[in-house]
Design a binder for this molecule. Structure first.
Ligand SMILES: Cc1ncc(COP(=O)(O)O)c(C=O)c1O
Length: 471
């Protein structure tokens, strides 16, 4: 970590914990240099870093001040808006396919997209690693990497977990074609058709599609927009239903952006371990944190080997390379077997290329830049929402990732809004695609993973106009 990042990290604590009030002035560059024994350039970069995260603002000729968090004053979802626990057959695929089709068109403003801007990733450097490792590849590694994956890549992933305080051995890691394959294989390993699986409400549509495809039933657990799955409701559901697995996102949940506090992750693991229920943990956004520390997955508290935590490089390094993994705990061997019957193995040259990048390139520096860009984009998106949609919707500010969840008044129909917006060249992700019963009709997920240009601001203004007209 660079000196300015360390300094920013130290300065961040009092900014976030309420020690300083909004609008309060921070030490000047000169004062900061004297206090922390750093150069003016380092002090300046640290402030710029915090500014990009929307934590502080520079005022011309006055200095730096604690920024008002945009939209944080918009209240969270009231309790009545949260769904009840329900056991449901899932049937969302047609709707999801129809809506996702729209985000492939480059000319459409991708507010409904699930992907960050492709321009945020280090394509030329990735290509160099891929080319070099393909040229130097030991032909035997095509055999040795069956089926769990390339040993060096598994080791690199295990090492990164270790650095974040999670002890995961390379042996329990299985490399997959993206997190989606990891999650689906995990689900296959711990369930049989007809079983009940606890999911979040709302939940990632990929989870709903997997449940649908495997003939499982979904038990929806109310999910708090800031703190994730409600454990009281989960405990009740575990008593009432024969739940065979849970599929949850514990950090930067898609679509809400919710993150469970560490204590809650620990309690979740305890609750499930007491009943021997496996947790399939979708952790694909955890590296996209705006705070200084990567949130630890629930896997960090797993002593029984019951957490199957799934990750991916799709969102943080190499979209389209289709590289993910699962750290499968006590289910690792079953998972390897399932991988063989599913796709035998994951592309070896791609694994070698990414392993080489992790080993030799500046992955952390790339991540730091990516996080900074996403945090700045989120701030800009929230400001657009405040400007154009004040009084129209509620929104929370997730501490990472690139999604915002907007809740409008009950009469607003985001499926109709989606159709109307698409005619104007704008996509959105309407709430019903995140629900087996097509609920959350007055909600939508908005992507802020793209550099926030006037075009995006204008798209938010257009959406606001459409909502006003339909109310
Ligand atoms: C929550 C969530 N999980 C999993 C995935 C799939 O990740 P991958 O592209 O690595 O398969 C996505 C992709 O959109 C996602 O949003």
């Amino acid at each position: 970590m660079k000196l300015y990042q360390k300094l920013a990290q130290q300065l961040e604590v009092p900014l976030r914990d309420g020690t300083l009030a909004v609008g309060e002035r921070l030490p000047s560059i000169r004062e900061l240099c004297a206090q922390r024994h750093v150069s003016p350039a380092t002090a300046m970069r640290a402030y710029q870093h915090l500014e990009a995260q929307g934590l502080i603002e520079a005022r011309p000729r006055s200095g730096f001040f604690l920024a008002r968090p945009p939209a944080a004053s918009i209240p969270p979802l009231p309790a009545r808006a949260r769904p009840r626990v329900r056991n449901t057959q899932v049937d969302v695929s047609d709707l999801v396919f129809e809506i996702l089709e729209s985000v492939r068109d480059r000319s459409v403003v991708p507010l409904g997209s699930a992907f960050p801007a492709p321009t945020l990733f280090p394509w030329p450097r990735l290509a160099r690693h891929l080319g070099r490792s393909a040229r130097q590849m030991d032909p035997w590694s095509s055999v040795e990497s069956l089926a769990a994956g390339h040993p060096e890549l598994r080791r690199q992933i295990a090492q990164r977990y270790l650095r974040h305080g999670v002890s995961v051995s390379a042996e329990q890691i299985v490399i997959t074609a993206g997190a989606l394959e990891a999650l689906t294989l995990a689900l296959q390993v711990v369930t049989h058709p007809g079983d009940a699986v606890a999911i979040e409400a709302p939940s990632f549509y990929g989870c709903l599609q997997a449940i649908e495809a495997l003939g499982l039933r979904a038990v929806e657990i109310p999910t708090h927009p800031a703190e994730g799955v409600e454990l009281g409701a989960l405990a009740q559901a575990l008593q009432r239903h024969d739940i065979r697995a849970c599929w949850f996102m514990t950090s930067f949940q898609n679509p809400l952006g919710a993150s469970m506090p560490e204590e809650k992750k620990r309690d979740l693991v305890r609750l499930l371990a007491a009943r021997g229920v496996p947790l399939i943990e979708d952790d694909v956004y955890a590296e996209l944190h705006f705070g200084s520390v990567r949130p630890r997955p629930a896997k960090a508290f797993d002593t029984a080997g019951l957490v199957l935590t799934c990750g991916s490089f799709s969102k943080c390094l190499a979209p389209g390379y289709r590289l993910g993994w699962v750290a499968a705990g006590r289910h690792a061997v079953a998972l390897q077997r399932r991988k063989i019957t599913s796709s035998l193995a994951t592309s070896v040259p791609i694994q070698e290329g990414i392993a080489s990048f992790l080993q030799r390139d500046a992955y952390d520096a790339h991540l730091a830049r990516l996080r900074q860009a996403l945090a700045a984009q989120q701030t800009a998106a929230l400001r657009s929402i405040e400007r154009h949609m004040a009084g129209l919707c509620r929104v929370l500010r997730p501490e990472g990732g690139y999604f915002l969840w907007l809740e409008f008044a009950p009469g607003v129909d985001t499926l109709a809004l989606h159709a109307a917006a698409l005619r104007r060249g704008i996509s959105i992700a309407p709430g019903p695609i995140f629900s087996p019963r097509r609920e959350f009709r007055n909600c939508l997920r908005l992507n802020c993973g793209h550099p926030w240009s006037p075009e995006f601001d204008a798209a938010v203004a257009t959406l606001a106009g459409l909502v006003r007209r339909t109310r």
